[in-house]
Design a binder for this molecule. Structure first.
Ligand SMILES: [Zn+2]
Length: 54
């Protein structure tokens, strides 16, 4: 378990630049750490997309 993964668990993700794109009015990407679909929230934090809620 590395540090990146711990940050992912805390919902602090890292976008991969080549996957970053605008989705409507939000900046969306894929996390380099865990591969989740993420978006940038109003606080400029990259958080996991809430689409697939279980
Ligand atoms: Zn992540």
């Amino acid at each position: 378990m590395n540090r990146r993964f711990l940050l992912c668990l805390m919902n602090r993700h890292a976008p991969s630049p080549e996957d970053t794109h605008w989705q409507s009015l939000t900046l969306a990407s894929t996390c380099r750490g865990c591969g989740a679909d993420i978006y940038r929230d109003q606080d400029k934090q990259w958080v996991k997309a809430a689409k697939a809620r279980s």
